[in-house]
Write a protein that binds this ligand. Sequence first.
Ligand SMILES: [Zn+2]
Length: 301
Amino acid sequence: MPHQRIPSKLRSIVVLAALVVSQAAHPTQVSVQTKPPAPKTPRLYVFDCGVLHVTTQGVERYHVTPAEVGETRMPVPCFLVAHPRGALMWDVGVIPDSVVDAQPQGATSTVNPMVAAVVTRTLKSQLAQVGYSSADITYVAVSHAHIDHTANLDAFTRSTWLTTRAERDFMWAENNPRVNPSFYTTLKDSLRTLMIDTDEHDVFGDGSVFIKAAPGHTPGHQVLILTLASAGRVMLSGDLYHYPQERTFRRAPQDNEFNVELSAASRRRIEDYLQTTKTQLWIEHDFNANAKLKKAPGYYD
Ligand SMILES: [Zn+2]
């Protein structure tokens, strides 16, 4: 169809309207480009790094039944702590961003014969949404090295990696089906490694964010504790528990723990700690609890 002549006055209105529409459609484009200034107090951002679909047999590994837990799916959250003195990434997903980018409809992977992962959003896109790139991350740490917590570790080569020697050894142990070393090829010889050899590690040196040992699920499994100005004291559980019913039923930890006794001892010690310090526990894989969490670009502070 040939173009119709539009009177010049009307033409400028059309152009103006188009401008308004295009600005409204991309309201965040300008803010995405610049890194926000460091916050005055620590902030915790929660990202969606996927969902795990677990078979009945997979659920029962945790000494609970699908009927007892109701919701058998597990979320895979990733967390960014933005602090006045830097930024910390905690747990980095189940499928690498490069794979997710190539599958716009959602990437899938088999974590093990009982667990399938689905990921629809990249970690980097969610970081960008709050003004960060992986280059802006001062520290990276994972609760433990299992496949569903480590997929994007190779994105954080410029960050200081906070780990224990025991977990590091586990990550490259021969015939270890619980890990995927292709997720962290650049870490092995990284000079930016800080070996944690204390029960608690104060990440930024002001007591507001620290990593605490909770071994058993893996040799160097650890949890993250934050003191936030409004939200109060929060602990990110790693995989100390998976389903909330494991906590209430107080049954033995799953048989495929790296060390069941150590895991049970860590649960007792952490429960005491939570009670004494009035800290709330966020079970990272708890689907219903995760659904209620404020997601990025919102945050807890
Ligand atoms: Zn996990």
